[in-house]
Design a protein around this ligand. Structure first.
Ligand code: GBH
Length: 489
């Protein structure tokens, strides 16, 4: 029923887009700059390091569907999405991409792209339907099947343990406002990592604490939609960080010594308004302070003085022991980078000032994605320098696009191609200038459930017809396949 696309079928599907630009899969780049005669195009290509990891990314709730299958428990997103008025057009993720059943087809798409890695997430409510207690073997087996199928296709699995789908049973007990949730998360993370030990070498604890706390607890635009303020919000943020730290320790305890543990955090990368020493210094300071509640705490084991002073009476209550746990050593840092903020040097206490975007500044379909390729140049470089991070993966980068099938069924998403082309060029430049970036995961393999935007914003390089589940590679798939094949931009 769900035939796996062979490489030939994929090539045919993708070739139909623009036969004249077909990319030889064998294209290889060997020198620092590939030859101008490279079959991929006329311009000289700039190569990525040997062994650079190319991947695509998704998250459980956004692609799996099958919300009642095999004993899955309810998550805060099921509740939120079924609350009238929360999601654009009243969309839910009950079916989404049906990847729970169609993962072989999705893996075939990845084979066609030539990616070497897939970042997916595990739905906590599939493993512990009530958040804690007795594990659900059928849920565990699903991820074992997925991971085995990835290996069979030569694709390395990168596993995120929490991409926002908290078991509803834990939300009823206060969710991340309750310190016990941090412990429950570590228990689940350790259990699941143990189940996948040997089959998964890279685990990420959480995806974007900044977002699920900021939007889900601080505002009402994401589940659970609490709109907290002040100390209550800061305490929840602290317990999420604690959950990360405890999970790092639990995963290490449950897996072999070669397993690598990190997280995937979202940053609005700090960029100098332009490359002048004083503005670069300003952006570097901003990188530390703007992430003080997340990456800075995780990599230093402390909250900065500036952070605590600014929060004043709202600051989280914490112990020295909790800070040591939060600062548990990780092996890599994942960064989700879509856009950034410009900084200039300033004669104030902080030494920097953020520059608001003029209304004429260009952005993509999603209003929050300002077109800022410099973000992926400066973000990894400054975070690595400021926090001493030795290995970075871009765990998400990409954009929404309104491109839809044309009269011939092709999806010609030139805005996304332009975006990727420019961001990848800046990523390559950053690596050449010393940023320790080891891999890149494009968000996303598929159009999927875009949280409160429902299906109204499409981030996939594969178009999904949600009525039929038909998958159609977009022009950007063809572009990305060429980048991967040549390991160059
Ligand atoms: C990532 O979040 C997520 O990890 C991923 O699941 C998601 O699909 C992808 O990016 C694309 O959005 O509505 O104006 O308040 C990116 C960071 C932070 C972007 C919250 C949207 C809300 C903006 N997100 N933000 S607004």
């Amino acid at each position: 029923m769900n035939p796996i696309l062979t490489r030939r079928q994929f090539t045919k599907a993708i070739g139909g887009l623009a036969a004249a630009c077909a990319i030889p899969l064998a294209a290889k780049a060997s020198a620092a700059t590939a030859a101008a005669s490279d079959a991929q195009g006329s311009a000289a290509k700039r190569v990525f390091p040997k062994g650079f990891v190319w991947g695509t990314a998704t998250a459980a709730y956004q692609v799996e569907g099958a919300v009642k299958a095999d004993g899955r428990g309810e998550s805060i997103w099921d509740v939120y999405a079924h609350t009238p008025g929360r999601i654009v057009h009243g969309d839910t993720a009950d079916v989404a991409d049906d990847s729970y059943h169609r993962y072989p087809e999705d893996i075939a798409l990845m084979r066609g792209l030539g990616v070497g890695a897939y970042r997916f997430s595990v739905a906590w409510p599939r493993i512990f339907p009530e958040g804690t207690g007795k594990p659900n073997a059928k849920g565990v087996d699903y991820y074992k099947r997925l991971v085995d199928a990835l290996h069979a296709a030569g694709i390395e699995p990168y596993c995120t343990l929490y991409h926002w789908d908290l078991p509803e049973a834990l939300q009823r007990k206060g969710g991340w406002q309750n310190r016990d949730t941090a412990k429950a998360f570590a228990d689940y993370a350790g259990y699941m990592a143990g189940q996948l030990d040997g089959r998964v070498r890279h685990f990420m604890t959480m995806n974007e604490i900044s977002t699920f706390i900021g939007n889900g607890y601080g505002s009402t635009s994401m589940a659970p939609g609490l709109g907290l303020k002040g100390q209550a919000l800061e305490q929840a943020r602290h317990y999420a960080l604690l959950g990360h730290g405890l999970a790092v320790q639990a995963i290490r305890a449950a897996t072999n010594a070669k397993t690598r543990v990190g997280s995937a955090e979202g940053i609005n990368a700090a960029m100098p308004a332009f490359d002048a020493p004083e503005h670069v210094a300003a952006a570097r300071k901003a990188a530390v302070e703007q992430n003080a509640g997340y990456l800075t705490a995780m990599h230093t084991g402390r909250y900065t003085d500036q952070y605590l002073k600014t929060l004043g009476a709202d600051a989280p209550k914490f112990t020295a022991d909790e800070m040591r746990i939060i600062g548990s050593k990780t092996d890599f840092q994942g960064l989700n980078i879509y856009t950034g903020d410009y900084y200039i040097a300033a004669d104030n206490e902080r030494g920097y000032e953020v520059v608001p975007f003029p209304s004429s500044y260009p952005n993509m379909q999603s209003s929050w994605i300002q077109f800022a390729p410099g973000a992926i140049y400066w973000g990894p470089k400054l975070m690595a320098e400021a926090l001493g991070i030795s290995d970075i993966y871009i765990t998400e980068n990409g954009t929404s696009s309104t491109a839809a099938p044309d009269s011939q069924g092709r999806v010609l998403d030139t805005d996304r191609v332009m975006f990727l082309q420019q961001y990848l060029a800046e990523l390559q430049r950053g690596i050449a200038d010393g940023a320790p970036v080891r891999g890149y995961f494009l968000w996303s393999l598929l159009d999927n459930f875009e949280w409160s935007r429902g299906f109204s914003e499409r981030f996939g390089i594969t178009y999904v017809d949600f009525a039929t589940q038909k998958r159609t590679p977009k022009l950007s798939s063809q572009f990305y396949r060429g980048v991967i094949a040549s390991n160059a931009i």
